[in-house]
Design a protein around this ligand. Structure first.
Ligand code: GAL
Length: 755
């Protein structure tokens, strides 16, 4: 049987690289993969610290079962340029930090112990996309995704492409292409058998065909009774492909789905129904460990976008992201715009060739994911280069006839070589410039941007971000402006049927180069903090979903007399999907606040806004009078569905230590634990900077420092399991409270999948 096994343990690591090291194992730090080359502080660090070469080494003992087999090492991702040596011989490398690659060890393995050395060069080599100019994010060095040891027969399955033409037909069709790895180059004959199953494993259809040097192509049609993949029911099917011939056999299972995704001049249609795409851009970074996070943390990010924020699309800005993230988008029904690595800068011819290869690498890795609805085939926000982008588009279309292309630009009247004009619209912000003197508006009009007299498919791929950086600790008024800007764009996008949707900048704050951000190496552009804690703007998104999914009622206030200029909380905005919010004061006075459908006529759920002029000024009282407690009640129809209480005199009462789950995978998975300083009513005390000490015992370790400070009432940390199932005890101590202890467990992963 062919076999693919994780090859992530027993590596050693040391800074620097010397070719002489490739013949003898050096003394290094023992590490497991995924690994970040340099542990980083939260902020204010010199990003040059990881821009150098590093060495990873491990050994592979010759095993009898290797005889006559092909042996490969597969790297899911190593930043930025990886070169692989076996017993001193250079076997190959990969000049892209975001896509997988395989190194063939066959014929080079000796009896006994074989030394594998991987040089990972984290420098910003201008010959490799995205480098050569400034980029607003960090590209953390290291073997930051999993490595696999693959054993196969001389002929094996290299890749499988599954297309589902005409998915809306009652009887469905599957076109499957099996591509072979045949490194020894012999003539191939044999058979390729494919079994299609549903999610429960029930067989749907089977087919068999001859195999030749090109692999095999199979077609299924007349498939009845199948379910479409959709946002609410992301139904996945599986194809198990088995090839057999003289001296070889191989088998692999791939997931796929049936769905029609089309951008038109009249908007975006999923399975024939118009869907307004609402989403956020995501970087794949985390505090302290950069990109080096495993499956569960990647999956959790997808769940935040879909379930916490209620979005239906994510853009993997600005590169292909972890396969774990994308696979989870398939499972939970979250659409994806995936793009090649790059940021504004276009290099020379060799650089462009590499970018074109990145189009191939991205598509060949991800072409079976139903969640992916568009390939981004421009360097983000680069200038027009028609010859270059004609190539990226042609290749994308050649590799995948089922998906449309986009190319993210920030300039107007760009040559439209893609299927969709994808545009970063920062018009909301220009009005801030003193001389601009233009009316505030959420977005530009499509035709103004495209310069074309005819309507074309059109998608907004960024807005806000550096136009209005907002920290989780920023004052209430600034945060309300942050919220308002997100709402204004959402409202505009909802109001214009020609706009397929809008994807905001961005999901969470991220570490960046000194040329960007607030000087602290952080772009505070997220609707979440780096710890994935919500700013108020997060609820601009979460409040747009239907209340039957989840009721949201989030007043944009810390409820304090003197936080805002002049005092008070007006205008009081409540982000909600309720029909009515009732504000009740202790003396029994109450005010009903209704969604502001005049101010935000197109939003599915406009915020409820109470302005000072709308109420008797004494309802809350003036500066100098006592400040009351308040209760907000949310109603859908006549039913009260939500209650929020705020104290007029909050007291720091509790440190909540809240894990995302009670249990997580023992196989070196990461899980977030949120830290929140709460008052007597359970609300975050937003200006508490509380120092805490974190101690972790048992089957997990702490990522990042063991002493941190809650900022603006919250922070968080990630635990990483040690590889062995067991109990984990986390103790969080602070000067204001008795130590808080939580007990968690890590559980054995399901048996590794045979491929
Ligand atoms: C865009 C860019 C993003 C980010 C954003 C900040 O120009 O594409 O990567 O820098 O600005 O608003």
């Amino acid at each position: 049987m062919p076999h693919s096994a994780l090859f992530c343990e027993n590596w050693s690591f040391l800074p620097g690289f010397d070719p002489a090291w490739t013949t003898a194992r050096q003394t290094g730090t023992p590490v497991a993969l995924p690994h970040n080359a340099v542990d980083l502080p939260f902020d204010y660090f010199d990003e040059k610290c990881y821009q150098q070469a590093f060495t990873y080494q491990t050994t592979l003992e010759w095993q009898k079962r290797f005889a006559g087999r092909e042996i490969w090492l597969r790297f899911d991702g190593a930043m930025a340029n990886a070169q692989v040596y076996l017993n001193g011989t250079h076997l190959g490398g990969h000049p892209d930090g975001y896509t997988p690659f395989r190194i063939r060890l066959t014929d080079h393995l000796s009896d006994g112990e074989n030394l594998i050395t991987v040089m990972v060069d984290g420098s910003e080599n201008p010959d490799i996309p995205p480098f050569g100019g400034q980029i607003d994010y960090l590209t953390y060095a290291g073997i930051y995704r999993e490595v696999w040891l693959e054993q196969a027969d001389p002929v094996s399955i290299d890749n499988v492409k599954i297309e589902t033409p005409d998915p809306l037909a009652a009887e469905k069709t599957v076109h499957l292409r099996c591509l072979l790895a045949n490194p020894q180059g012999g003539a191939v004959s044999g058979t390729c058998k494919v079994v299609l199953h549903d999610g429960a494993g029930t067989q749907i259809a089977t087919a068999e065909t001859e195999l030749d040097d090109q692999g095999a192509a199979l077609e299924f049609d007349g498939l009845a009774g199948l379910t479409l993949w959709s946002l609410d029911t992301p139904t996945l099917y599986r194809a198990t492909i088995t090839i057999t011939g003289e001296g070889f056999t191989d088998t692999r299972t791939e997931s796929f789905g049936f769905r029609a995704a089309e951008f038109t001049p009249d908007g975006f249609f999923l399975n024939g129904e118009r869907v307004k795409l609402i989403g956020l851009n995501r970087h794949q970074s985390f505090p302290y460990v950069g990109y080096a996070m495993g499956r569960e943390a990647q999956e959790r990010d997808a769940e935040i976008v879909k379930h916490d924020l209620g979005c239906n699309i994510v853009r993997t800005s600005h590169y292909p992201q972890s396969k774990w993230f994308i696979e989870h988008c398939d499972r939970i029904g979250l659409l994806v715009l995936e793009e090649i690595p790059g940021w504004q800068h276009i290099g020379g011819e060799a650089w462009k060739d590499e970018a074109v290869k990145n189009v191939r690498r991205m598509i060949e890795r991800d072409w079976n994911h139903p969640s992916i609805i568009m390939w981004g085939v421009r360097i983000n926000e680069s200038v027009d280069d028609d010859a270059f982008y004609a190539r990226t588009n042609a290749l994308a279309h050649e590799l995948d006839t089922t998906r449309q292309t986009g190319g993210i630009r920030k300039h107007m009247h760009s040559t439209l070589l893609e299927d969709v004009y994808t545009f970063n619209d920062f018009v909301l912000g220009d009005f801030e410039r003193p001389l601009a003197n233009i009316a505030r508006r959420g977005l530009r009009q499509r035709e103004e941007v495209t310069g074309l007299s005819h309507p074309v498919p059109y998608l907004i791929t960024e807005y806000n971000g550096h136009m209005f950086p907002t920290k989780i600790i920023d004052n209430e008024l600034r945060q309300m402006e942050h919220v308002t800007r997100h709402l204004e764009v959402l409202d505009y996008a909802h109001g214009d049927p020609g706009i397929s949707g809008c994807i905001g900048w961005c999901m969470f704050d991220y570490n960046t180069h000194a040329d960007f951000g607030s000087g602290d190496r952080v772009c505070h552009h997220g609707v979440l903090s780096m710890f994935r804690e919500p700013k108020f703007a997060a609820h601009a998104y979460s409040s747009q979903r239907d209340p039957s999914e989840k009721v949201v009622m989030e007043p944009v206030t810390h409820w304090a007399r003197g936080e805002r200029n002049i005092g008070g909380v007006f205008p009081l905005m409540i982000l909600t999907n309720c029909d009515l919010v009732r504000m009740i004061l202790p003396d029994g006075q109450s005010v009903d606040i209704r969604p502001d459908s005049e101010g935000f006529p197109h939003l599915p759920h406009p915020p409820a806004i109470l302005r000072l002029g709308d109420v008797d000024e004494n309802i809350i009282g003036k500066w100098g009078m006592s400040w009351p407690d308040v209760t907000f009640e949310g109603f859908v129809g006549d039913t009260r569905v939500a209650t929020r209480k705020f104290s007029g005199a909050p007291v720091l009462t509790r440190l909540a230590v809240t894990p995302d789950r009670e249990s997580f995978g023992a196989d070196r998975q990461e899980m977030r634990v949120a830290l929140r300083a709460l008052d007597q009513l359970g609300n975050v005390t937003p200006f508490v900077d509380l120092p805490v000490t974190i101690a972790v015992a048992g089957a997990a370790s702490l990522l990042g420092p063991d002493q941190i400070t809650l900022r603006g009432g919250s922070a968080g940390f990630w635990l990483r399991s040690t590889g062995t199932p067991g109990d984990v005890r986390v103790t969080v101590s602070s000067p204001r409270f008795d130590p808080v202890v939580i007990n968690l467990t890590t559980t054995a992963p399901e048996k590794e999948e045979m491929q």
